[in-house]
Write a protein that binds this ligand. Structure first.
Ligand SMILES: [Zn+2]
Length: 227
């Protein structure tokens, strides 16, 4: 695991006076999950992203892949979904940045809290089922196989892999591509690693998975003029 992948967010975002005014404007009476989309929050969201990106080493909180800020805007992710706890919607400790795919896979119906009836936002790692980017060290919960597949080495690690479907082929392909670009591994080794009997159990549909990865590698090579 790269050092840059193994971050714990050292300090949540500090809400500014402007942020507090925007939050008040968005949710004057009580907080509703729909408030999150209001235009008046744009400034706050921009400041939040700029503050968090370096704190997360420009990586997604869950898959730890690089957030390509010039291609897509990193998603502001509610660790405990805002549908479940609208009152925590603006709590910096409940917010982080993630890639769009992890955000989508995680959704808002899957559990993140051990006890969903708690009323105060917990600051204790034991209160969460997933790897909490403000609290938990990634390398104590997940290890990489060949730098491509994720293996949980704790309950939280296994839960996070399930929650965000981290062994999906888009992630594996992205990781493989990063390594191939860096010249760390080649295509043959990637395929061999993925077809290893133990690793097969980690992915759902291995044939489809491999086909997709091969296609992506082929496309990448064509686009970049690599033989
Ligand atoms: Zn991600």
């Amino acid at each position: 695991m790269k050092v840059t992948e193994d971050f714990v967010i050292n300090r949540p975002y500090d809400l500014t006076g402007e942020d507090l005014m925007a939050i008040e404007e968005a949710s004057p009476v009580e907080k509703d999950k729909g408030d999150w989309e209001k235009k008046c929050l744009d400034g706050f969201k921009g400041r939040f992203r700029r503050d968090m990106l370096p704190k997360q080493n420009y990586r997604c909180a869950y898959c730890r892949l690089e957030l390509h800020t010039n291609e897509v805007t990193p998603e502001i992710e509610h660790i405990v979904p805002k549908n479940l706890k609208p009152n925590w919607m603006y709590e910096p400790f409940n917010l982080c940045l993630s890639c769009k795919l992890c955000n989508t896979k995680k959704g808002h119906r899957k559990k993140t809290l051990v006890d969903e009836s708690v009323e105060e936002l917990p600051h204790d790692a034991k209160a969460y089922k997933l790897i909490h980017p403000h609290l938990d060290k990634y390398s104590e919960n997940i290890e990489f196989i060949g730098d491509i597949l994720y293996r949980g080495i704790s309950d939280k690690g296994r839960y996070t892999i399930w929650l965000c479907e981290l062994n999906r082929y888009e992630v594996a392909a992205a990781r493989a591509m990063e390594l191939i670009k860096q010249g760390v591994i080649d295509e043959t080794r990637t395929i061999l690693m993925l077809t290893d009997e133990d690793n097969q159990k980690l992915v759902d549909d291995l044939d489809e998975f491999l086909e997709d990865i091969k296609n992506r590698i082929r496309t990448y090579k064509m686009e970049n003029g690599i033989g």
